[in-house]
Design a protein around this ligand. Structure first.
Ligand code: F6R
Length: 261
């Protein structure tokens, strides 16, 4: 696991975007795993700027969203289908036909989740999975006690997650109670993972995910099992880590050939 600690949230977005841009430059038809929420917004803005100045072309890449609410209308502005279209597909110039979001409106949700994992496999697997982390340690919507072996499936959102996401809805009661989410096993199958976190509200979750024991109580700790995970955080989100000096030393001495910025 590589831990990169940077001064500001904007630095986090820029450096994570540089890593993703490197993956797409090396493989123009790369498969991207797409997170929603606030954490990756600077990544998408930074990638969009590269697309706008002609230094990056994402039009051949495909994408799979991490999760979707169950039962939310497709046209609702906070459905993840709408968010991915608005924040990712349009600004990055991705081909909408190559971007999929779990179908939280399907009559048969189990079939929809099974088909989602099959579609990821058919696409050759995710080349780089973008992740945020919840204050309770969730990644995707794999809430505490999620199995490390879990696949894409229906989950009940933790009350604290519904509260955290209420900021996106007119009425907190409108936040759906259920979601479809890629499982921890699905996420671990990605060839590379980049998790971003900003702000002191994420400090405890980052410390548990990076330095805590492997534990279903902190789903983010599953990333310790991933052979190629990069964690990019600002100083505030890094505040509860103990090996901070080592992480900074390692990044400062990263060999030139391994650098992506
Ligand atoms: C989003 C997702 C969640 C968020 C997490 C953090 O697709 O799966 O795990 O990454 O809830 O949310 P923000 O970034 O809004 O703090």
């Amino acid at each position: 696991m590589e831990i990169i600690i940077l001064p500001t949230p904007e630095d986090v977005g820029r450096v994570a975007a540089a890593l993703i841009a490197r993956v797409v430059t090396d493989k123009p038809d790369a498969v991207l795993g797409l997170a929603t929420g606030s954490s990756p917004l600077d990544i998408y803005r930074s990638l969009a700027a590269r697309v706008a100045d002609g230094s990056l072309d994402v039009s051949q890449a495909s994408g799979f969203a991490l999760d979707e609410y169950v039962g939310i209308p497709l046209e609702h502005p906070e459905s993840y289908a709408a968010v991915i279209a608005r924040d990712v597909v349009e600004p990055l110039g991705m081909d909408p036909a190559r971007v999929r979001v779990p179908d939280g409106r399907a009559a048969d949700l189990e079939k929809a989740t099974r088909e989602y994992d099959e579609a990821i496999a058919l696409a050759g697997g995710v080349d780089i999975q973008i992740l945020g982390i919840g204050a309770n340690g969730h990644i995707g919507f794999n809430e505490p006690t999620s199995s490390f072996a879990s696949r894409t499936r229906i989950k009940t959102l933790a009350p604290s997650t519904r509260e955290a996401n209420a900021r996106f809805f007119d009425d907190p009661a409108d936040v759906p109670t259920h979601c479809l989410t890629q499982g921890l096993g699905t996420i671990l199958d990605a060839k590379r993972v980049v998790l971003v976190a900003q702000g002191s509200g994420k400090a405890a979750a980052i410390a548990r995910a990076v330095e805590g024991p492997l534990a279903a109580m902190c789903p983010g700790s599953a990333l310790q099992l991933h052979p190629h995970a990069t964690i990019v955080v600002d100083e505030a989100a890094a505040a509860q880590l103990t090996l901070t000096d080592y992480y900074k030393y390692t990044y400062a001495n990263k060999p030139e050939w391994q650098r992506f910025e």
